[in-house]
Design a protein around this ligand. Sequence first.
Ligand code: DX5
Ligand code: ZN
Length: 217
Amino acid sequence: GKKCRIGPSILNSDLSELASECQRMMDSGADYLHLDVMDGQFVPNLTFGHPVVKCLRPKLPGVFFDMHMMVQKPEQWIQNMADAGANQYTFHYEATDDPTTCIRKIREAGMKVGVGIKPKTAVDVLLPLVDLVDMVLIMTVEPGFGGQKFMADMMPKISFLREKYTDLEIEVDGGVSPSTIQHCADAGATMIVSGSAVVNSENPKETITYMRDIVNQ
Ligand code: DX5
Ligand code: ZN
């Protein structure tokens, strides 16, 4: 089957040591980094934006940055993120009136495109967009905070998409850990975000390897 990748979210790590925490994840075998951008509007929390990404870029050359844009009006940061060195721009369906234009602008800026949905959004809204994007993101917590409980009842969204689109990259994000990863594997996710379970692990390398082996089985 498809090769699955693990992308740690550094949201719950020591953000004063952001670059070294990212490096620690890469040294632990991460395939990419999932960077959570929050604007206090789309979600009730704040993190960081393109100025931070721009500083991280030269410290982590060659690392794939998947920007999870939990922001209202995602169009407004596309060029900034591209200039800062982001590789993929994952916006939320709920945050824009015009997802198609958003997708086109992300492509024009030279990034890969992801589109995500919150738990309460029906998976059907993604169907007209699937052929236009590189990845879809199925949230398994309400976006805004790390360390929340995995919503296993989101798995039918993933299996529904997997049944229709064999090759689609499907990312799962929120509460993914060694104890919930099997659900994601069974449903057909191929890009696995895991935050607190990896950064707080005593042995992140073992945790990442364990989860990847289950999904690649
Ligand atoms: C939640 C973020 C997630 C989160 C993942 O709003 O989008 O990426 O940080 O962290 P865990 O794995 O701890 O739920
Ligand atoms: Zn995220």
